[in-house]
Design a protein around this ligand. Structure first.
Ligand SMILES: [Ca+2]
Length: 217
Protein backbone atom coordinates (compact mmCIF):
# COMPACT_ATOMS: atom_id res chain seq x y z
CA UNK A 1 0.00 0.00 0.00
CA UNK A 2 1.23 3.46 -0.83
CA UNK A 3 1.95 5.74 2.10
CA UNK A 4 -0.49 8.30 0.72
CA UNK A 5 -3.30 5.74 0.99
CA UNK A 6 -2.35 4.95 4.57
CA UNK A 7 -2.50 8.67 5.34
CA UNK A 8 -5.99 8.89 3.84
CA UNK A 9 -7.18 5.91 5.85
CA UNK A 10 -5.79 7.30 9.08
CA UNK A 11 -7.42 10.65 8.34
CA UNK A 12 -10.75 9.03 7.61
CA UNK A 13 -10.63 6.97 10.79
CA UNK A 14 -9.69 10.02 12.83
CA UNK A 15 -12.69 11.91 11.53
CA UNK A 16 -14.94 8.96 12.32
CA UNK A 17 -13.56 8.67 15.84
CA UNK A 18 -14.23 12.35 16.51
CA UNK A 19 -17.61 12.27 14.87
CA UNK A 20 -18.84 9.22 16.76
CA UNK A 21 -18.49 11.21 19.99
CA UNK A 22 -21.13 10.87 22.67
CA UNK A 23 -23.98 11.68 20.34
CA UNK A 24 -24.57 8.06 19.42
CA UNK A 25 -25.21 7.13 23.00
CA UNK A 26 -25.01 3.39 22.50
CA UNK A 27 -22.49 1.01 23.97
CA UNK A 28 -19.24 1.35 22.10
CA UNK A 29 -20.21 4.78 20.83
CA UNK A 30 -16.59 5.80 20.81
CA UNK A 31 -15.70 3.27 18.16
CA UNK A 32 -16.20 4.06 14.49
CA UNK A 33 -19.46 2.63 13.17
CA UNK A 34 -18.90 -0.85 11.78
CA UNK A 35 -20.66 -0.01 8.51
CA UNK A 36 -18.82 3.25 7.92
CA UNK A 37 -16.88 1.79 5.01
CA UNK A 38 -13.30 2.97 5.06
CA UNK A 39 -13.18 2.52 1.28
CA UNK A 40 -15.54 5.46 0.90
CA UNK A 41 -14.14 8.72 -0.43
CA UNK A 42 -12.98 11.09 2.26
CA UNK A 43 -15.71 13.59 1.41
CA UNK A 44 -18.37 11.01 2.22
CA UNK A 45 -17.19 9.98 5.65
CA UNK A 46 -17.01 13.35 7.38
CA UNK A 47 -19.40 13.09 10.33
CA UNK A 48 -20.76 16.04 12.22
CA UNK A 49 -19.74 15.86 15.89
CA UNK A 50 -22.64 14.92 18.16
CA UNK A 51 -24.71 13.62 15.28
CA UNK A 52 -27.24 10.96 16.15
CA UNK A 53 -29.67 11.67 18.94
CA UNK A 54 -28.39 15.14 19.19
CA UNK A 55 -27.36 16.13 22.70
CA UNK A 56 -24.04 17.73 23.39
CA UNK A 57 -22.02 16.09 26.15
CA UNK A 58 -20.94 19.22 27.94
CA UNK A 59 -22.66 18.83 31.29
CA UNK A 60 -22.16 16.08 33.85
CA UNK A 61 -24.79 15.34 36.48
CA UNK A 62 -24.22 13.14 39.52
CA UNK A 63 -27.08 10.79 40.39
CA UNK A 64 -25.67 9.08 43.47
CA UNK A 65 -26.31 10.86 46.74
CA UNK A 66 -23.88 10.37 49.63
CA UNK A 67 -21.59 8.37 47.33
CA UNK A 68 -18.69 9.01 49.71
CA UNK A 69 -20.68 7.72 52.73
CA UNK A 70 -19.82 10.73 54.88
CA UNK A 71 -23.52 11.07 55.79
CA UNK A 72 -23.57 7.49 57.08
CA UNK A 73 -26.45 5.32 55.90
CA UNK A 74 -28.39 8.21 54.35
CA UNK A 75 -29.64 7.43 50.82
CA UNK A 76 -28.31 3.84 50.89
CA UNK A 77 -30.12 0.59 51.57
CA UNK A 78 -27.89 -1.79 53.48
CA UNK A 79 -27.89 -5.11 55.26
CA UNK A 80 -25.16 -6.22 57.62
CA UNK A 81 -22.47 -3.88 58.91
CA UNK A 82 -21.40 -2.01 55.81
CA UNK A 83 -21.12 1.77 56.10
CA UNK A 84 -18.72 2.63 58.89
CA UNK A 85 -15.97 4.94 60.07
CA UNK A 86 -14.20 2.19 62.01
CA UNK A 87 -10.69 1.09 61.14
CA UNK A 88 -9.44 4.50 60.08
CA UNK A 89 -5.98 3.76 61.49
CA UNK A 90 -5.12 0.73 59.40
CA UNK A 91 -7.87 0.74 56.79
CA UNK A 92 -8.84 4.34 56.12
CA UNK A 93 -11.57 5.61 53.85
CA UNK A 94 -10.33 6.81 50.52
CA UNK A 95 -11.72 10.26 51.35
CA UNK A 96 -13.26 11.57 54.55
CA UNK A 97 -13.74 9.11 57.39
CA UNK A 98 -16.62 6.89 56.20
CA UNK A 99 -16.50 4.03 53.69
CA UNK A 100 -18.40 0.86 52.87
CA UNK A 101 -16.66 -2.09 54.50
CA UNK A 102 -17.65 -5.59 53.45
CA UNK A 103 -16.34 -8.68 55.23
CA UNK A 104 -13.35 -8.65 57.52
CA UNK A 105 -15.11 -10.96 59.97
CA UNK A 106 -13.58 -14.33 59.13
CA UNK A 107 -16.90 -16.16 59.45
CA UNK A 108 -19.85 -16.65 57.14
CA UNK A 109 -21.70 -13.39 56.51
CA UNK A 110 -23.23 -11.27 53.77
CA UNK A 111 -23.35 -7.49 53.50
CA UNK A 112 -25.30 -5.56 50.87
CA UNK A 113 -25.35 -1.94 49.79
CA UNK A 114 -27.61 -0.49 47.13
CA UNK A 115 -29.00 2.72 45.70
CA UNK A 116 -31.37 3.38 42.81
CA UNK A 117 -31.09 6.08 40.18
CA UNK A 118 -33.02 7.04 37.05
CA UNK A 119 -30.83 7.35 33.97
CA UNK A 120 -32.40 9.99 31.71
CA UNK A 121 -33.21 8.91 28.19
CA UNK A 122 -31.51 12.04 26.84
CA UNK A 123 -28.17 11.12 28.42
CA UNK A 124 -25.40 10.77 25.89
CA UNK A 125 -23.25 8.78 28.28
CA UNK A 126 -23.75 7.21 31.71
CA UNK A 127 -20.90 5.97 33.87
CA UNK A 128 -20.64 4.10 37.15
CA UNK A 129 -17.39 4.39 39.04
CA UNK A 130 -16.23 3.41 42.49
CA UNK A 131 -12.97 2.94 44.34
CA UNK A 132 -12.16 -0.37 45.98
CA UNK A 133 -9.40 -1.91 48.07
CA UNK A 134 -9.18 -5.63 48.88
CA UNK A 135 -7.11 -7.18 51.67
CA UNK A 136 -7.22 -10.83 52.67
CA UNK A 137 -5.69 -13.42 54.97
CA UNK A 138 -6.80 -16.21 52.65
CA UNK A 139 -3.89 -18.35 51.39
CA UNK A 140 -3.03 -18.40 47.71
CA UNK A 141 -4.54 -21.87 47.50
CA UNK A 142 -7.97 -20.68 48.64
CA UNK A 143 -9.58 -19.90 45.30
CA UNK A 144 -12.41 -17.35 45.35
CA UNK A 145 -13.41 -17.94 48.96
CA UNK A 146 -14.74 -14.43 49.66
CA UNK A 147 -16.33 -12.21 47.03
CA UNK A 148 -17.66 -8.74 46.38
CA UNK A 149 -20.07 -8.66 43.46
CA UNK A 150 -21.34 -5.47 41.86
CA UNK A 151 -24.75 -5.97 40.30
CA UNK A 152 -26.96 -3.81 38.15
CA UNK A 153 -30.65 -4.44 38.83
CA UNK A 154 -33.84 -3.02 37.40
CA UNK A 155 -36.39 -1.00 39.35
CA UNK A 156 -38.03 -4.22 40.57
CA UNK A 157 -34.79 -5.75 41.81
CA UNK A 158 -34.22 -8.22 38.97
CA UNK A 159 -30.56 -8.61 38.06
CA UNK A 160 -29.78 -7.03 34.68
CA UNK A 161 -26.06 -7.65 34.71
CA UNK A 162 -23.16 -8.54 36.96
CA UNK A 163 -20.82 -5.62 36.46
CA UNK A 164 -17.83 -6.83 38.45
CA UNK A 165 -16.70 -9.60 40.74
CA UNK A 166 -13.85 -9.06 43.16
CA UNK A 167 -12.48 -11.62 45.57
CA UNK A 168 -9.56 -12.62 47.77
CA UNK A 169 -7.86 -13.35 44.43
CA UNK A 170 -8.05 -9.69 43.33
CA UNK A 171 -6.08 -7.97 46.09
CA UNK A 172 -5.14 -4.30 45.98
CA UNK A 173 -3.02 -2.64 48.65
CA UNK A 174 -4.49 0.77 47.87
CA UNK A 175 -7.79 2.00 46.49
CA UNK A 176 -8.16 1.51 42.76
CA UNK A 177 -10.92 2.96 40.58
CA UNK A 178 -13.34 0.77 38.67
CA UNK A 179 -15.39 2.30 35.86
CA UNK A 180 -18.34 0.78 34.00
CA UNK A 181 -20.20 2.23 31.00
CA UNK A 182 -23.92 2.15 31.72
CA UNK A 183 -24.99 4.10 28.64
CA UNK A 184 -26.97 1.12 27.27
CA UNK A 185 -29.31 1.48 30.26
CA UNK A 186 -30.25 5.11 29.69
CA UNK A 187 -33.97 5.74 30.02
CA UNK A 188 -34.21 3.14 32.80
CA UNK A 189 -34.28 3.26 36.57
CA UNK A 190 -31.48 1.05 37.78
CA UNK A 191 -30.21 -0.14 41.13
CA UNK A 192 -26.51 -0.49 41.82
CA UNK A 193 -25.98 -3.19 44.39
CA UNK A 194 -22.79 -4.35 46.07
CA UNK A 195 -22.93 -7.81 47.65
CA UNK A 196 -20.06 -8.93 49.89
CA UNK A 197 -19.96 -12.58 50.93
CA UNK A 198 -17.44 -14.22 53.22
CA UNK A 199 -17.19 -17.96 53.67
CA UNK A 200 -16.89 -19.62 57.05
CA UNK A 201 -13.30 -18.76 57.94
CA UNK A 202 -10.32 -16.51 57.22
CA UNK A 203 -11.17 -12.85 56.67
CA UNK A 204 -11.17 -10.82 53.48
CA UNK A 205 -11.92 -7.10 53.71
CA UNK A 206 -13.47 -5.21 50.79
CA UNK A 207 -13.41 -1.42 51.17
CA UNK A 208 -15.49 0.74 48.81
CA UNK A 209 -15.61 4.54 48.69
CA UNK A 210 -16.64 7.38 46.40
CA UNK A 211 -19.35 5.64 44.38
CA UNK A 212 -20.49 7.75 41.45
CA UNK A 213 -23.21 7.23 38.89
CA UNK A 214 -23.18 10.17 36.54
CA UNK A 215 -24.39 11.02 33.08
CA UNK A 216 -23.42 13.61 30.53
CA UNK A 217 -25.93 15.53 28.46
CA1 LIG B 1 -15.69 8.44 52.28
Amino acid sequence: MKNSNITKWVSALSILAIGAGCGGGDEGAHNPPADAGIDAPLDAVAVTPDAGDGGSCGTTTELMANGGFEEGNATWTTSGRVITNMGQDGYPARAGTFKAYFGGFGYGNTGTLSQKAALPAEACKATLSYWVRVLSDEPDSAGEADTLTVQLRDANGAVLETLSKLSNRTLSGSYIQKTVDLTPYKGKTVEVRFVGIEDRQTPTSFFVDDVSLSYTH
